[in-house]
Design a protein around this ligand. Structure first.
Ligand code: GLA
Length: 670
């Protein structure tokens, strides 16, 4: 495959973004937006869209869409509030018919789109479609877009029974965004059919400042991808836009990735919690015909959905963010507050706030309901939890005068020594790790007969080194227990779970906490290729990090031979900014060396910078490298370090095209 055609293949996500970003505005905004009067999306829209699961692949067809509609009913999704079944790009033929009408792809949709809409409607659901406010849609096959065809297309969709339009931004020919999106607003309004209007211009023209009267929601960012780094970066771009959201007009941080397999269930719970507290549209983006029970449990958690769907319609505001420990608070109708305690770091952390800080009135106590464990406790005012790495504790805090009837909130956690603040939790086979469990009473009443239990995987040694129980845990007091924990020699590298439970009275209460521990093995001695070595974690801006090839963006193993400045490299790591790959060194390695640069397949675009971190200290930095900079040699001293972290940033200009290579990267250990 040529470099150009490869670039086109990846361009379905990146190239349009670049075009949209750089296209000159040929026509200034002249159209004043009329007030949006469709009466829809009084709470954020909920439903399904196939894009994140299928992209343009053949499996996107009538039988898939019907299958999803069936499951909405049979698996409780409709009951949980999901309503719209939406088709994304690739539903049409590349050419309009001789009358200028869009034509459904007869292979994917042999009975047309109206038949699918009718089927969806027959299930008591609503039906959505996709187009672009440009001459063509975003897929590289270039399906016809709506620019200049607004009235005819809207009329056709209304005749098919379309209830929802997602309107994209590709191939916009440089026409002013407000003008393009308003033209479709007018055309939809003229049909007389209420059609939810979802703008998808990726936040490029700050739609939150002008689209309130044009559409029911607007994308605030580029496309999400099924990985932690992408989800986190989108959360950060969207969370500050809270003042612009409200009933009928929502910030849209893109569709859900829950269930697509690129994140852990803890990360997916964070994704779902954060989208809900941000009052985001909840569009399921995985093929729920193949969903695991854990995925279904996340997607149908009615208490979390109720936070998203609260009729007050306020987007949660971030009230603190200290070193990646976020507190987000969302006022709810009736006076409760939803509070998300979100830990973006790789280490467990206590995150706490107070009832006063989240805006609740002064009181002797409050109810705190955990929306993932479904338990209610009382607190004297502290709202806190030990939050696992990448986890979110989502609470509903109430100023309820019945609070004394609930058991006191006991916050349980594990303090595990890590190499530096925010470092991952690691254990080596055969080596004892010293850790502490902590149970703190945040309630206004005593917890009595408190007892703590630590459970490790079978075969591991767990020995308490201090008291594991106390007859009385008074308000504000803690039970702290030291433990020695040893994974047996020969334990395979991987992730293992530790569970701690505090049991106490009244009401035979329990408080649980789980911690994932990475069992690590030393790197091979001598010099080894980082493309072959075992990593602890690998986060990437698009698709998975590739071993010994460039980054292919989508699935694992879809990269190409690495090439920087015309020089090929057989070994190394192919990443897409922003990226972090972390290795365990255990103090046994001395140096790392690599040639770094943008892969030639970025074809003259993009900019990145490469950083090497040893135990939380930056020990090498390439500075910003652009296409044409060629390969740069980077070496760093790692003597004594426990962890090596390879970081690639987007060079300060977004991550479009940022295929970055750690070419020939080698580690030297004793
Ligand atoms: C753009 C949008 C995506 C998706 C694709 C379809 O990238 O932002 O959400 O609709 O186009 O081609």
């Amino acid at each position: 495959m040529s470099v150009r055609s490869r670039l086109t293949a990846i361009g379905l996500l990146t190239l349009p973004l670049l075009l949209g970003a750089t296209a000159p505005l040929a026509h200034p905004a002249t159209v004043a937006a009329p007030a949006l009067d469709n009466g829809l999306a009084k709470t954020p829209q909920m439903g399904f869209n196939n894009w994140n699961a299928t992209h343009c692949r053949a499996e996107f067809n009538e039988s898939m869409v019907k299958g999803i509609a069936d499951l909405f009913v049979n698996k409780g999704l409709k009951a949980a509030g999901y309503q719209y079944v939406n088709l994304d790009d690739c539903w049409a033929l590349p050419q309009r018919d001789s009358a200028g009408n869009l034509v459904p792809d007869p292979v994917r949709f042999p009975n047309g789109i109206k038949a699918v809409a009718d089927y969806v409607h027959s299930k008591g659901l609503k039906f959505g479609l996709y187009s672009s406010a440009g001459s063509k849609t975003c897929d590289t096959n270039g399906f016809p877009g709506g620019l200049g065809h607004e009235k005819a297309d809207a009329k056709l969709w209304a005749s098919w029974g379309v209830d929802y339009l997602k309107y994209d931004n590709c191939n916009n020919e440089g026409v002013d965004a407000k003008q393009r999106y308003t033209a479709m607003h007018d055309a939809l309004a003229a049909t007389g059919r209420p059609i939810l209007y979802s703008l998808c211009e990726w936040g490029e023209n700050k739609p939150w400042t002008w689209a309130k009267d044009v559409g029911n929601s607007w994308r605030t960012t580029g496309d999400i991808s099924d990985n932690w780094g992408s989800m986190l970066s989108i959360f950060k771009q969207n969370v500050g836009l809270a003042p612009y959201a409200g009933p009928g007009h929502w910030n849209d941080p893109d569709m859900l990735e829950v269930g697509n397999g690129g994140m852990t269930d803890t990360e997916y719970r964070s994704h779902f919690s954060l989208w809900s507290i941000m009052a985001a549209p909840l569009l399921i983006g995985s093929d729920i015909r193949k969903a695991t029970p854990a995925t279904m449990e996340i997607l149908t958690n009615k208490e979390v959905i109720a936070v998203d769907q609260d009729r007050l319609g306020a987007q949660g505001q971030e009230i603190s963010n200290a070193s990646g420990l976020h507190v987000i608070s969302k006022p709810l109708s009736g006076g409760d507050r939803a509070v998300a305690l979100f830990n973006e770091t790789a280490a467990p952390a206590t995150i706490s706030t107070t009832a006063a800080k989240v805006g609740l009135p002064q009181a002797g106590g409050y109810t705190v309901r955990d929306l993932w464990t479904h338990t209610t406790r009382e607190t004297a005012g502290t709202i806190g939890a030990v939050v696992p790495p990448h986890g979110t504790v989502l609470l509903r805090v109430g100023n309820d005068r019945n609070w004394p009837q609930y058991p006191p909130a006991v916050r349980t956690g594990i303090e595990f020594p890590v190499a530096y603040p925010g470092a991952p939790v690691l254990a080596e086979p055969g080596k004892a790790a010293k850790l502490s469990t902590v149970a703190v009473n945040d309630g206004a009443a005593n917890a009595t007969n408190a007892r703590v239990q630590l459970t490790a995987p079978q075969g591991w040694t767990v020995q308490p080194q201090s008291a594991t129980s106390t007859p009385k845990l008074a308000p504000g007091k803690e039970l702290r227990t030291q433990w020695a924990l040893t994974p047996p020699a020969g334990t395979k590298p991987g992730t293992y779970s530790l569970a701690v439970r505090t049991s106490y009275q009244p009401q035979s209460s329990t408080s649980d906490y789980q911690l994932a521990v990475a069992v690590v093995a030393p790197q091979p001695g001598g010099t080894s290729g980082l493309g072959d070595d075992q990593w602890i974690s690998a986060d990437n801006g698009w698709g998975p990090v590739e071993r010994n090839t460039s980054n292919g963006e989508q699935g694992a193993g879809d990269g190409h031979p690495m090439k920087i400045g015309g020089v090929s490299y057989a070994k190394g790591l192919g990443v897409h900014a922003p990226s972090t790959v972390e290795y365990y060194l255990g103090g046994r390695c001395t140096s790392v060396r690599s040639t770094v640069g943008l892969d030639d397949e970025a074809n003259g675009n993009g900019s990145v910078s490469f950083e090497v971190w040893a135990d939380g200290r930056k020990v090498a930095d390439s500075g910003v490298l652009r296409a044409g900079s060629g390969g740069k040699a980077l070496t760093a001293d790692l003597t004594g370090a426990s962890l090596l972290r390879l970081v690639v940033t987007d060079g300060g200009d977004g991550n479009t095209y940022d295929h970055a290579d750690w070419a020939g990267a080698e580690l030297t250990c004793s």
